[in-house]
Design a protein around this ligand. Structure first.
Ligand SMILES: *Cc1c(COP(=O)(O)O)cnc(C)c1O
Length: 397
């Protein structure tokens, strides 16, 4: 049965009348999350330390990992949640580098999210010994995969432009050159069907608070290809990635497979909200979601280009080359976005001049798209952004 996107909107607690096009940054509150978190707090109150065993808290990272694994095409038993995405990038990169001894170049692109690049820089600096990060333009990645490269570290969908890399093709190229490929799925998981197994990814990482709607600061995930599961070393060798944490050995022994990518105590309350968010995904056909996302994005692009010619579309038009966000460039993008938000149309801004709009079909439909087009047209035509209050930069843009 096709997914009924008119019904999924009611699963979220969204302020009435709000047109929320920022689920690519922070997904909305699933209605059942309140009750699920209250239950976890109740377990805490009643069971105290017993909650780890009796309420199954300790097993949650793997159980939630598998629920996400299904959405990204990972083999069961090879995904865990925990920590933040920046940490998971670090762990994946450290493990991948160790699996390609003798090579020291990490290849990424200038469209990657800065935190991924910063984590790589920090790790490579610590490793020393000629390790270096090589950055090229996103279009030049394919040609830059040489036999010098140890690891290809890419985010599939560019957080600014929404441009999507060809995961299977670039991964194949990396493998042919003897390199490994790490894919960051921050803007892919929950945005469209992902198949890391078919795509050949060696490691995949991502966050759960964007399209997956896990809540602010929800734990990240990491998936390791089964072929590397027993060989990949865990750089952050915390006790919960140990084979037997409660043996309290003085020396680290890696846990089985992806379990070793756990680090410390799991965030039980945050995992409760994520668990509720993932219930929604159990009933979603990802192909239906993709078709709906493309149709809504096309409607938005056409509407904006017709009504506001001064905005420059920076998202590729071809369906296979984009994720589930639409971005426009404008020199007054920040102020224009504040004017939109003041009128109930919420997107966000990424420096230096990008206005971003996330398309999440679970709670966005034609009515929201048409309203966003109308309000954007009004803001630009009447220069409503030209207001000093809209130029004050908040800490989060
Ligand atoms: C959102 C995002 C992050 C954020 O990392 P956190 O550690 O969760 O703050 C990292 N990388 C990419 C590609 C992102 O889109």
């Amino acid at each position: 049965m096709p997914t009924d996107f008119a019904a999924t909107r009611a699963l979220f607690d969204l302020p009435a009348g709000l047109c929320y096009l920022d689920g690519n940054s922070l997904g909305p509150l699933p209605r059942t999350a309140r009750e699920r978190m209250a239950r976890a707090m109740d377990e805490w109150g009643r069971l105290l330390i017993g909650g780890w065993n009796q309420a199954g808290w300790m097993a949650q990272p793997g159980l939630l990992g598998d629920r996400i694994g299904r959405l990204i095409g990972a083999e069961p038993g090879h995904t865990v949640v925990g920590d933040t995405l920046s940490i998971k990038v670090y762990q994946a990169l450290a493990a991948a580098l160790a699996l390609v001894p003798g090579r020291r170049i990490v290849l990424s692109d200038t469209g990657n999210f800065p935190s991924d690049l910063y984590m790589a820089e920090g790790l490579l600096r610590m490793l020393g010994d000629g390790h270096a990060l090589r950055l090229v333009e996103p279009e030049a990645v394919g040609d830059a995969i040489t036999e010098e490269v140890a690891v290809l570290l890419l985010t599939e969908v560019d957080y600014r432009t929404g441009r999507r890399h060809d995961m299977p093709a670039l991964t194949r190229k990396a493998h042919e050159a003897g390199a490994l490929a790490i894919w960051d799925l921050a803007h892919s998981a929950g945005a469209f069907p992902v198949d890391v197994t078919a795509g050949g990814a060696d490691f995949a990482v991502g966050c759960t608070y964007k399209y997956l709607n896990g809540g602010p600061g929800a734990p990240a995930f990491i998936a390791v290809a089964p072929r590397h599961a027993e060989a990949a070393p865990a750089a952050l060798s915390g006790w919960l990635g140990h084979r037997a944490p409660f043996a309290f050995d003085l020396s680290y022994v890696p846990g089985r497979g992806v379990e070793r990518f756990r680090v410390g105590t799991p965030p039980v309350l945050a995992m409760a909200a994520l668990d509720a968010a993932l219930d929604i995904w159990d009933a979603i056909d990802m192909e239906d979601l993709r078709q709906r996302s493309l149709a809504l994005a096309d409607r938005f692009i056409k509407g904006v280009l017709d009504a506001v010619p001064e905005l420059e579309l920076v998202t590729p038009r071809e369906a296979e080359r984009r994720g589930s966000q639409v971005s426009f460039r404008h020199p007054e993008g920040y102020a224009a976005m504040q004017a939109l938000i003041a009128r109930g149309v919420v997107g966000d801004f990424r420096a230096p001049d990008i206005m971003r709009f996330g398309i999440a079909p679970l709670y966005i439909g034609e009515a929201e798209i048409d309203r966003a087009v109308d309000v954007l047209a009004e803001v630009m035509e009447r220069r409503l952004w030209d207001n000093p209050a809209y130029r004050i930069r908040a800490p989060v843009t």
